[in-house]
Design a binder for this molecule. Sequence first.
Ligand code: B12
Length: 240
Amino acid sequence: MKSLIDKTEFIEKLESWGASIVRVADTAKLSGIDTEPSDLLSGFHRAVSIAVRLSGPIMNMIDKQPTPLYSSHYCRVNALLDDLAIRATNLLQSNSAQAVPIPASQTLDSEKCTSYISHKAVALAAGIGWQGKSLLIVNPDFGPRVRLTTILTDADIVPDSPIKNRCGKCQQCKDHCPAGAIIGANTTSHYSSRSEAIDLKKCVHQVRDVFGKIPDITPGICGICIKVCPWGNKTKTVEP
Ligand code: B12
């Protein structure tokens, strides 16, 4: 247990640098999760989860495929998230805590489609949002229109708690997925495996082999299950 961080001051600093939402997870809630390396969490009893909100109009412009504007926005938001993670790390280190910034969007194993740790699992444990039927983190204010990053730390900072899943009977993501990859299953916390929620192969094929071949589109993006979620686009009624 290193140093007591003034949580409000810490969050206000990160928000002044561009973070939209900052929450803290107790990593005990993540025990058993796959990480690379496998002991990545050891010594870190807290994980700071940062969300940056996406541009609403850019998401609304997406129809049957990702747009070049969304593709560049995706890259810029990743860059901001990585900046914020480094700034948060040095805030924590300047309070004599240990801290590790996790890259926002790096796939370590393109076969297994995994990374160092799942930012979504951290954001779920930190209460940024619930895990929706699209397997994405859905925030009550911005829906899934947020991108995420994580900073592991041993700082003594009061953790937040998970929030209730509010997908209800909505099936918008399932109905609009261009790959037919979303199953439409519900969960009260997290799915026991990805295949309970999505057909990963269909999603990977769509984002890499179909959309990834479109000029000016970064391979690996789609955005349709983000765009259609009523929680991110309050013009539509939510909790039908
Ligand atoms: C590899 C990857 C992909 C792969 C595989 C997707 C996948 N679901 O794994 C592909 C290329 C298909 C992909 C597609 C997309 N991706 Co992607 N992707 C990643 C990446 C780099 C790693 C994800 C990972 O580690 N998955 C491993 C699996 C096992 O974890 P998981 O998907 O979170 O699901 C499990 C855990 O959450 C677990 N869990 C949750 N809590 C707990 C607690 C405990 C104790 C345990 C044991 C388990 C557990 O439950 C789930 C089922 O088992 C992350 C960045 C990151 N480091 O997280 C971005 C990320 C998940 N992608 C993201 C996005 C937005 C997308 C796309 C919409 C494309 C786009 N950008 O337009 C699509 C959506 C696909 C979908 N509906 O899931 C965002 C999600 C943001 C959000 N609001 O949730 C992330 C977080 C990037 C970011 N920095 O914001 N992606």
